[in-house]
Design a protein around this ligand. Structure first.
Ligand SMILES: Cc1ncc(COP(=O)(O)O)c(C=O)c1O
Length: 465
C-alpha cells in the first residue's frame, strides 16, 4: 500500500517558533528576578543593530526571534520581577499571562459576536464580575480598552454628549461649533491623562474650573464651585504620586443634588473597592456616573487592559455608535465595539477573565492588601533609616525624600544607576521626591528589605559626592 503523503499542518508552521519563543520566555522570567533593573550601556548600545534598512526580502524567522531575545530582552526593564517600583506599573500575573498567550494564538477580533463568540462571552462575564467585585450599580456596563487614558476619554465623551443633549444639542451630529456651554470641574492634582482627554475631545484645557487640593492632593469639597446639570466633575481615586483619594462621598452628593455628571479616574485606586480594609477610601464612589480603571496596574493583568465603566448603558452605547452595511450585530449578544472607540481590537478580556477566575474575590482582596502592606512596610523601614516620607501612605504609593533636595535628586540618580531596584521621581509640593509604587504581586517582604538597603546605599554614595 502506498504511504500517505505527509501533510504540513499549522503546528508545523507555528510549532518550532512557539517552542523557541517559549524557551526564551522561560530564560527571561528566570533572569528577571535577579537581573539589574537598568539595561547598562553595553546592552543599550546593541539597540543600534535594529537600525537597518527595511529588508529587501524575507528574513529567517528563527534568526529574527533570536535577535529579538538577544538584544531585546536585556534592554527591557524587568517589571515582572519584585523590585521594580516605577510609575504605577503592575506586574503580570502568571495565569493571566498564560491565558493571554493562548488568546494570542486565537488572534480574535473582539469587535462583534460573530467574529468571536468567546471574546464576546468573556467581556460579558468580566463586566458582571467587576461590577459585583467593586459593588457598582447593577446596570453598569464596561468597555474594554487599552488603558485608563482611553477609558477617561470614553467617559468624557459620554458625559459631554449627555450634558449637551440636555440642552437640546446633538453633538454627535452637529459637532461642538456653536454648541451650548458645558462646564468641567477638576481637582488641582488631576492626572495629565485628564487634560489630554479634555484637549482631544474638544472640551479644552484652559477653561476648566480648578478645585484647590489639600496637602495630600485631595480636592477640598468646600472649595467646589456651585454645580449644575451642565457640569462634568472629574474626581480621582488614587493620586498618581501620593495615592490619596478625593472625598468622593461628599463630592458625589453635591453633584447628584445639582444633576452634574461625576467621573472617577481610578486608574489604580478603584481596586480598593475589592478590599474590606481599603474600601472606606472610596466611600460614596458608587454614586458617580462613570469610572476609569486599569487592570494592568493594581490587578496585575498583562498590558494593555483598561476598563471604562458607566452606569448609563444606553448613553455609553450611543456615544460609541457606528454603522455600516457590512457590520453584523447579533440580537441578544454583546458586540464589543459599541462600548469602545475602536472597531478591531484584541480579545483583552481573556486575561482579565483568567485573572479573576483564578484569584477569585478573596485573591484580589489579598493582592490589594498585600501591595498596601508592602508599601507601609517600605515607608516604615525607610523612616527608620532617616528618610522622610512625604505622603500619608494610604494605598500603594510612597514618596521619599532625603534631608536636602540635592541629596534626594542624587539618591534617585544612584538608585537608577545601581539597578538593584527601580524608582522614578516627581515634584511634590515644589520639592523633588523619589516615588515608589508597590504594584506587583511578585514583590515579597524580602524585596522590600532589599529596597531599603538599596535606598541607604544610594544615599550614602550621594553623601560622598
Ligand atoms: C490616576 C491616573 N490616571 C490616569 C493614568 C493613565 O493610565 P494609562 O497609563 O493606563 O493610560 C494613570 C497612570 O498611571 C494614573 O495613575
Amino acid at each position: 500500500m502506498a504511504k500517505a503523503a505527509s501533510k504540513t499542518t499549522q503546528l508545523d508552521v507555528f510549532g518550532a517558533l512557539l517552542d523557541q519563543a517559549r524557551e526564551y520566555a522561560g530564560a527571561y522570567i528566570n533572569a528577571a528576578h535577579d537581573q539589574p533593573l537598568n539595561p547598562g550601556a553595553a546592552a543599550l548600545a546593541r539597540l543600534a543593530e535594529f537600525d537597518i534598512p527595511l529588508p529587501s526580502g524575507p528574513t529567517d524567522a528563527s534568526a529574527m526571534l533570536a535577535q529579538l531575545h538577544d538584544i531585546g530582552s536585556p534592554t527591557t526593564l524587568p517589571s515582572t520581577g519584585g523590585r521594580y517600583f516605577g510609575f504605577v506599573n503592575g506586574g503580570a500575573h502568571p495565569p493571566a499571562l498564560a491565558a493571554k498567550w493562548l488568546s494570542d494564538i486565537w488572534d480574535q477580533n473582539a469587535a462583534f459576536y460573530v467574529m468571536s463568540p468567546i471574546a464576546s462571552k468573556l467581556e460579558d462575564v468580566c463586566e458582571r464580575w467587576i461590577v459585583e467585585l467593586l459593588g457598582l450599580p447593577k446596570q453598569t456596563v464596561a468597555g474594554f480598552v487599552g488603558g485608563t487614558s482611553t477609558a477617561i476619554s470614553v467617559g468624557f465623551v459620554t458625559a459631554r454628549n449627555e450634558l449637551l443633549a440636555r440642552q437640546g444639542w446633538d453633538v454627535a451630529a452637529r459637532g461642538l461649533f456653536g454648541a451650548p456651554q458645558i462646564r468641567v470641574v477638576v481637582g488641582e492634582q488631576t492626572h495629565s491623562a485628564v487634560y489630554k482627554a479634555l484637549s482631544y475631545i474638544g472640551l479644552g484645557t484652559d477653561r476648566v474650573e480648578i478645585v484647590p487640593a489639600d496637602d495630600q492632593g485631595r480636592m477640598i469639597t468646600e472649595k467646589l464651585p456651585e454645580l449644575d446639570a451642565h457640569t462634568l466633575v472629574v474626581t480621582q481615586a488614587g493620586n498618581v504620586n501620593s495615592g490619596a483619594f478625593d472625598p468622593l462621598d461628599a463630592i458625589c452628593d453635591k453633584a447628584q443634588k445639582a444633576g452634574a455628571w461625576v467621573h472617577v479616574d481610578g486608574a489604580f485606586g478603584l481596586w480598593a473597592g475589592a478590599s474590606k480594609n481599603k474600601r472606606p477610601l472610596l466611600k460614596g464612589f458608587e454614586k458617580a456616573d462613570s469610572w476609569a480603571v486599569d487592570a494592568h496596574k493594581t490587578l496585575n493583568a498583562p498590558y494593555d487592559c483598561g476598563i471604562i465603566l458607566c452606569r448609563h448603558p444606553e448613553k455609553l452605547a450611543s456615544a460609541m455608535q457606528a454603522s455600516g452595511s457590512y457590520l453584523q450585530t447579533t440580537e441578544g449578544e454583546r458586540d464589543g465595539m459599541y462600548y469602545v472607540p475602536e472597531m478591531s481590537r484584541r480579545a483583552r478580556a481573556t486575561e482579565l477573565w483568567a485573572l479573576l477566575k483564578t484569584m477569585g474575590r478573596s485573591g484580589v482582596e489579598e493582592l490589594v492588601d498585600q501591595l498596601c502592606a508592602r508599601a507601609e512596610s517600605l515607608a516604615e523601614g525607610l523612616k527608620s533609616q532617616g528618610f522622610q516620607i512625604k505622603n500619608d501612605v494610604v494605598f500603594n504609593q510612597v514618596l521619599v525624600a532625603c534631608e536636602t533636595p540635592e541629596q534626594t535628586r542624587a539618591t534617585l540618580e544612584n538608585i537608577q544607576q545601581d539597578g538593584e531596584i527601580w524608582c522614578g521621581g516627581a515634584t511634590w509640593h515644589d520639592q523633588p521626591v523619589i516615588r515608589a509604587s508597590i504594584c506587583s504581586w511578585a514583590t515579597t517582604q524580602a524585596d522590600i528589605e532589599r529596597a531599603i538597603v538599596a535606598f541607604c546605599a544610594a544615599r550614602e554614595r550621594a553623601n560622598l559626592i
